[in-house]
Design a protein around this ligand. Sequence first.
Ligand SMILES: Cc1cc2nc3c(=O)[nH]c(=O)nc-3n(C[C@H](O)[C@H](O)[C@H](O)COP(=O)(O)OP(=O)(O)OC[C@H]3O[C@@H](n4cnc5c(N)ncnc54)[C@H](O)[C@@H]3O)c2cc1C
Length: 368
Amino acid sequence: MQTSVDTLVVGGGVVGTSIAYGLARAGERVVLLDEGDDAYRAARGNFGLVWVQGKGLGNPDYARWTRRAATAWDRFAGLLMEDTGVDVELRQIGGMTMALDEDELVRKAADLGALRASLGGDYPFEILDGSAVRRLIPQAGPEVLGAVFCPEDGHVSPLRLLRALLEGFRRNGGALAAGSRVRHIEPSGGGFLAHLVGGGTHAAARIVLAAGLGNRELAPMVGLSAPVVPNRGQILVSERLRPFLSHPTLYVRQTGEGVVQIGDSKEDVGFDDTTSIDQLSRIADRAVRCFPLLSQVNVVRSWGALRVMTPDGFPIYQASTAFPGAFVVTCHSGITLAPVHAHALTSWMRGGPEPDEIRPFKAERFNA
Ligand SMILES: Cc1cc2nc3c(=O)[nH]c(=O)nc-3n(C[C@H](O)[C@H](O)[C@H](O)COP(=O)(O)OP(=O)(O)OC[C@H]3O[C@@H](n4cnc5c(N)ncnc54)[C@H](O)[C@@H]3O)c2cc1C
């Protein structure tokens, strides 16, 4: 048995590390338990977008939560830099979703118009025609008929972000227990014991389940529920190119090092995180139509990774009523939401008011 701490966070993906960092920064004693390299880890295979446009269609609370996170990103990146010296390469000068046919553009404009109306008009986006897109990105090809532009969109390096969160967590006194897979959680004496596969137990007054797809199994142990399933995305990575893509787009972005990341698919294939030629060719074909210069570059890597999806695609943020002190958090936009996970969410977990935007995101909505 280890010494009891204030909080155990289960899951060292971007969601768990954001929460662990926020709690440690607030002065809590926190242990972060992470299964390790054999686990499915969306946080290590994602696309790195801080993305607002389209988020919350049919769900204004989610749109508000996403915007709250996006507008906090600049300060959050600064804080991580101050705490750790790690530059997470935030570039947030607006992002685009390219349209290759007229119908696609009309549909996207209608969706965002509906979203804007559901938010009482407070939702920034613009529809650009093809020449406006090419003025901003001269390398956009002639097939690009237009784009949706949202000034709050941006991107970061997801791996640098994970490094910064872990480093910030450690520097604020947090302890990472890597290779620690939680097998069983036992509510005990008003707190929690987390028993590990292979032996060992950690104790705390509070436990936060942020184990991605692992939450499905763990949540019922503390009176919660997380009916999440995997959804695969595939990504291609090019050799380094001179900078040509000033703004991230939904499917193509150029990183600070110059490589171009191209993604992504949405596939229901269970726990299969391999890649497939048909999806990779589809992804590559669309990217070349948007940016013809990509037809001449070498692809150096590709991978598949599993998203953590609830049945309606929206998050679950829930405190256990049966076992006070236990929380479950699951979402599929952990990069975008990192600033609110580290701050607004952790302040709720520590006894502050529940943020208004997350009140509707309880697992009971799936019981109907
Ligand atoms: C292809 C792809 C593209 C994406 N693009 C974006 C994007 O552009 N922008 C964005 O905001 N989001 C994006 N995401 C989503 C983002 O990556 C996820 O929101 C996020 O990674 C989910 O994070 P997580 O920490 O919940 O889960 P994960 O990253 O899967 O981490 C879960 C962690 O829990 C640990 N774990 C599991 N079970 C246990 C257990 N029993 N005990 C201990 N530890 C356990 C695992 O070791 C793992 O490290 C993308 C995801 C994918 C797959």
